[in-house]
Design a protein around this ligand. Structure first.
Ligand SMILES: *Cc1c(COP(=O)(O)O)cnc(C)c1O
Length: 394
């Protein structure tokens, strides 16, 4: 192994310390670029490759938003009046998803739904894969057992479904979680296998499947969407979770939904969640079900997937990096050249203004890992060039 280390000037060291403290304060999530810019004004952040969204989808939404709300002046009504209630917005989604509104619960971001589901329905034991999206274990109440299924580096973090099913049968949890494609590695399980998985677990009270990145995954040359929505009605224990933040590029609006059985929806609604979506999130959901929007969305979804996969393949060509296979819009990258993830993250930020996710805090990841999101084609190229440049220098 070549021993590499990234060197810092004294001034860079000071700033790197500041960034480190911000990260510590943010816990298991990353400080946003706004927070970083506020506390470390010397930085000039040009690419946010930490945040996992499709920037072209943001542009598309912004186009509609500008034309239909801003230029028309309708934004005033959105701000002045109450939005629709939870079940009304569920009704808007119902036709598009072909699922009864009684089975749909909308959330102020999916994080709110994950919290509500775990707090209300997980009473004994939860099984999660690690590495994972941290709320799935962080929101678990005290006294409830968490069983971790550690995905193995040797297996490229590929989830072995049979082993997972065996672990679930052995530990008898009331809740299990599977994120598909998974965050932070982008590992994907095809639809047929997912259907098999769900059908094997009909005795588990809550089977949470998180499809927040599913719009980036594909199994055929046409990039058709592969989701469990169609079979969701067959399994009353399935909680199918979907964030709109990443693939539609609208994390700031806070919009997500979940499909689950009617009793669960009712139990959550009894606790409130009456106007938990904002007027902007309602506008988004009303747009999301429109044919013209969806047609335009496909035109920003498919080329973005293609560009992302090309970017990942190029990254894999840089010596010293191991890029894990991903069906999402980000890749998990292991540094095999002696550099640490903390140094790489700080240096990219200081020298080039590129912000990537340092995975040092992710449980289940032993080694030096970063997660790099795909942004615009130009930005991806810039990230490529800078990392190449950096590892040439050290
Ligand atoms: C980001 C993320 C979410 C939550 O997103 P919201 O912005 O709260 O909708 C849920 N699940 C996974 C796997 C995620 O990465």
């Amino acid at each position: 192994m070549v021993k590499n280390s990234i060197s810092f000037t004294n001034q860079e060291k000071d700033i790197a310390q500041k960034i480190k403290r911000l990260k510590e304060k943010a816990g298991s999530h990353s400080p946003s670029i706004y927070t970083i810019a506020e506390f470390v004004p010397q930085l000039n952040i040009t690419v946010d490759a930490c945040f996992l969204s499709n920037p072209y989808a943001t542009d598309l939404f912004f186009h509609y938003f500008t034309e239909e709300l801003i230029e028309s002046g309708k934004i005033k009504e959105v701000l002045e009046y109450y939005p629709s209630q939870n079940q009304t917005i569920a009704g808007v989604l119902s036709k598009h998803l072909n699922v009864s509104p009684k089975n749909i619960f909308v959330g102020n971001g999916t994080t709110e739904i994950i919290q509500a589901v775990i707090h209300n329905f997980t009473a004994e034991k939860i099984v999660v894969n690690i590495p994972t999206f941290s709320p799935y274990y962080e929101f678990v109440k005290e006294g409830i057992e968490i069983v971790y299924n550690k995905l193995d580096k040797q297996d490229n973090f590929v989830l072995n479904l049979e082993d997972y099913i065996q672990l679930i049968k052995k530990t008898k949890p009331d809740t299990i979680v599977l994120i598909n494609p998974n965050n932070p590695d982008g590992g994907y399980i095809n639809l047929e296998r997912m259907e098999y998985f769900v059908s094997e677990l009909s005795w588990v009270k809550n089977v949470i499947v998180d499809e927040s990145f599913i719009h980036f995954a594909y199994e055929d040359v046409e990039y058709n969407l592969r989701t469990l929505i169609k079979i969701s009605q067959k399994f009353s224990n399935l909680v199918l979770v979907k964030s709109m933040s990443k693939d539609f590029g609208i994390a700031g609006i806070r919009a997500g939904y979940a499909i689950m059985n009617e009793h669960k929806v009712n139990r959550l609604l009894k606790q409130g969640y009456l106007w938990n979506l904002s007027g902007l999130a309602e506008y988004f959901f009303r747009l999301y079900v429109r044919k013209d929007f969806l047609r335009a969305y496909e035109k920003v979804r498919i080329p973005y997937i293609q560009a992302s996969q090309q970017f990942f393949a190029k990254l894999a060509g840089i010596k010293g990096l191991k890029v894990y296979p991903s069906m999402a819009n980000f890749v998990l990258v292991e540094l095999n050249n002696g550099a640490t993830s903390t140094d790489l993250t700080a240096k990219l930020l200081l020298k080039y203004g590129i912000y990537i996710r340092n995975c040092a805090d992710k449980i289940g990841l032993d080694g030096q890992f970063v997660r790099i999101a795909s942004r615009t084609t130009e930005q991806n190229q810039f990230v490529m060039d800078c990392i190449t440049d950096l590892f040439r220098d050290v």
